[in-house]
Design a protein around this ligand. Structure first.
Ligand SMILES: *Cc1c(COP(=O)(O)O)cnc(C)c1O
Length: 496
C-alpha cells in the first residue's frame, strides 16, 4: 500500500502567480450594519490619532480573502494531516475532547485578575492537575508556571542554585551527557553554571565510571534525559543518583521523554530530585508553530520552599487561594500562573484516559517505535542496538556511501506525504534519523511510513540524484535554512 507515487518533477500550482497580488480598488470583504447610535465627528473624537490614510491595505472581496487563507492553510503540514515523526518532540494527536473542555465558557472567559472567590473552579483545575502530575512523577510538589520545557529547565536550575545557596555551599558546575537535548547545556549556561560534558558508553548510556571520576563537591547537579535522546533507558539510574547524592549533588531529569514512562515507572522512585514535564508533548496539548506550551517542574520535599510563587493552597475556610508568603521562593518565572489553557487540555487528556489508559498509551508508544525499528532495520544503519523505548535513532551511514545524507532523505520523505523526522539530534550519532511515531499512529499509517522510507533507501541505491534534488511536491524546494532562521521575511509589502 502506497500513499502516492511521488514524481520527480516539480509540482506547479496554477494559482502560483496569483498568490499575493489580489488587491483591486474598491473591493471589500466586510459590511457594517446600519448605524444605531448618534453619529460623531471622528476627527474631533480621535484628534491627531485618526488615520486617514490606511497605507496600502489590500482591497479584496470576501471569497478572495477566504480562498487566500484556505489555500495557505493547505500548504502547511499538521498532525491532523498525517504522521509527524519528529524524535524527542512527541508530536502526538491532540484529542478534540481537550479542545471541547478548553472552550467551556466559564473556563475560556476566566481572567487572571478575577478575585479568588470567583476563581475556585480554575484554582481547582490547577490543584487537581498538580496532584496528578505529582503522582505520575513520584515527587512531592510542583509548579505549573513555566511556559515550556526549556523554561522549566531554567526554573529547575534556579531552584537548584537557591537550594545549594541555602546549604551555604553554592556550586559552580552542571554535568550534562553528550546525548543531551541542546536546550540542557544552553539553560545551564544561562543560569550561570559552567557545563561539563559527560561521555556516553557503547550502549548509549551514561558512563558510570566517568561520572564517578567527574563528580565532586563543585557539581550542583546532573541534568539527565531519561529515556535519553537515543530512546534508551538509563539502566544504571539508581547508581547515577547514588553517585550524585553521595557528594551532595542533585539529579535533575529532563522529562520531555515521559511518553515512554507514564504509568510504568516514576522518576521520584529511581532517585530523581526534580524534573520538568512537557504538557505540550506527553500530555497531548497543542504543540508547534510557537504556540503556548507548558513545562511544569516537580520537586522533592526539600526543594519545595524554593518553588516559584504564588502557589495554590487550601485556606483555613476551605476555599482555594494563592499563597505569596514564600520567603525562600525563587520568585515568579512568568506573569500570572502559567498557560492555563494548556492545564485544562492536559487535565482533560489525563482524565479521559484514566490511569489504565495512560499506561496503555505508554505501552503503545514504545510498541510503535519498536515496530518502526523492526521495519527499517536492514534498510538503515542502527548505531545502538540497545532496546528502544519511545523513539528509534538510525544513521545515514549506508546512504552516505552514495553521497545522500539524512537531510536529503528527510526532504524526500516530504514527497511521500510525511513530515520529516528529526535530522540534527542526537549529536553523538552523525547523520542521525531520529524517529518517534507516538501512540497516535495506527499500524496502517506506520506501514505507509516504513514503505516510504524503504522506497527512499531503494532510490538512493538506484538513482541517488532523485533524492538529492527532493522535494518536488512543495511550493519551494531547498531553502537557505540559515537565512530563513536569521533573516526571516515576515512581512509582505505591495509593489507600489
Ligand atoms: C522538547 C524538549 C525540550 C525543550 O522543550 P521546549 O518546550 O521546546 O522548550 C527539552 N528537552 C527535551 C529532551 C525535549 O525533547
Amino acid at each position: 500500500m502506497k500513499r502516492s507515487t511521488p514524481k520527480a518533477t516539480r509540482h506547479v500550482n496554477q494559482n502560483e502567480g496569483l498568490i499575493f497580488e489580489k488587491s483591486s480598488p474598491g473591493k471589500a470583504a466586510w459590511k457594517l450594519p446600519p448605524l444605531d447610535v448618534p453619529e460623531v465627528d471622528t476627527a474631533k473624537l480621535l484628534g491627531s490619532a485618526e488615520r486617514k490614510d490606511l497605507g496600502h491595505m489590500p482591497e479584496v472581496s470576501e471569497i478572495e480573502i477566504i480562498r487566500h487563507f484556505t489555500r495557505l492553510s493547505t500548504w502547511n503540514y499538521a498532525i491532523d494531516l498525517g504522521m509527524y515523526p519528529l524524535g524527542s518532540c512527541t508530536m502526538k494527536y491532540n484529542p478534540r475532547v481537550n479542545e471541547a473542555v478548553a472552550r467551556v465558557e466559564g473556563i475560556a472567559n476566566g481572567h487572571p485578575y478575577q478575585p479568588e472567590k470567583i476563581s475556585q473552579g480554575a484554582l481547582q483545575i490547577i490543584k487537581t492537575l498538580s496532584e496528578i502530575l505529582i503522582e505520575i512523577t513520584g515527587l512531592d510538589a510542583i509548579t505549573l508556571q513555566p511556559a515550556a520545557g526549556a523554561h522549566g529547565e531554567l526554573t529547575g536550575l534556579l531552584i537548584i542554585r537557591a537550594y545549594h545557596k541555602s546549604q551555604g555551599k553554592p556550586r559552580k558546575k552542571i554535568l550534562i551527557p553528550d546525548s543531551a537535548h541542546g536546550t540542557n547545556p544552553a539553560t545551564a549556561a544561562m543560569a550561570g553554571y559552567s557545563v561539563e560534558n559527560l561521555k556516553s558508553n557503547a550502549l548509549g548510556m551514561v558512563d558510570v565510571a566517568s561520572l564517578e571520576l567527574q563528580m565532586n563537591e563543585d557539581v550542583a547537579a546532573l541534568m539527565l534525559t531519561n529515556p535519553n535522546t537515543l530512546g534508551v533507558f538509563e539502566q544504571e539510574i539508581h547508581k547515577i543518583a547514588d553517585i550524585l547524592h553521595a557528594k551532595g549533588g542533585l539529579l535533575y531529569m529532563d522529562g520531555a521523554n515521559m511518553n515512554a514512562l507514564v504509568g510504568k515507572v516514576r522518576p521520584g522512585d529511581f532517585g530523581v530530585d526534580l524534573m520538568h514535564l512537557n504538557l505540550h508533548k506527553t500530555f497531548s496539548t497543542p504543540h508547534g508553530g510557537g504556540g503556548p506550551g507548558s513545562g511544569p517542574v516537580a520537586v522533592r520535599k526539600v526543594l519545595e520552599p524554593f518553588l516559584p510563587k504564588p502557589v495554590v493552597v487550601t485556606k483555613p475556610d476551605g476555599t482555594l487561594g494563592f499563597d505569596y508568603q514564600r520567603p525562600q521562593s525563587i520568585g515568579r518565572v512568568r506573569a500570572f500562573y502559567g498557560n492555563f489553557g494548556m492545564f485544562v487540555r492536559a487535565l482533560a487528556y489525563i482524565q479521559a484516559n484514566g490511569p489504565d489508559g495512560l499506561r496503555q498509551t505508554t505501552e503503545d508508544a514504545v510498541l510503535n517505535a519498536n515496530y518502526i525499528r523492526k521495519g527499517l532495520e536492514g534498510s538503515y544503519d542502527l548505531p545502538y542496538a540497545t532496546p528502544t523505548m519511545h523513539e528509534v535513532v538510525f544513521s545515514d551511514k549506508l546512504q552516505a556511501k552514495k553521497g545522500v545524507r539524512t537531510m536529503d532523505i528527510a526532504k524526500r520523505l516530504i514527497d511521500y506525504g510525511f513530515h520529516p523526522y528529526t535530522t540534527a539530534f542526537p549529536l553523538i550519532v552523525p547523520g542521525a534519523l531520529m524517529i518517534e511515531p507516538t501512540e497516535s499512529e495506527s499500524k496502517e499509517e506506520m506501514d505507509l511510513f516504513v514503505d516510504a522510507m524503504k522506497s527512499i533507501a531503494a532510490e538512493v541505491e538506484e538513482e541517488p540524484q532523485t533524492v538529492l534534488d527532493a522535494p518536488y511536491s512543495t511550493r519551494v524546494s531547498r531553502l537557505d535554512e540559515t537565512a530563513a532562521a536569521r533573516k526571516p521575511v515576515l512581512r509582505w509589502s505591495p509593489n507600489v
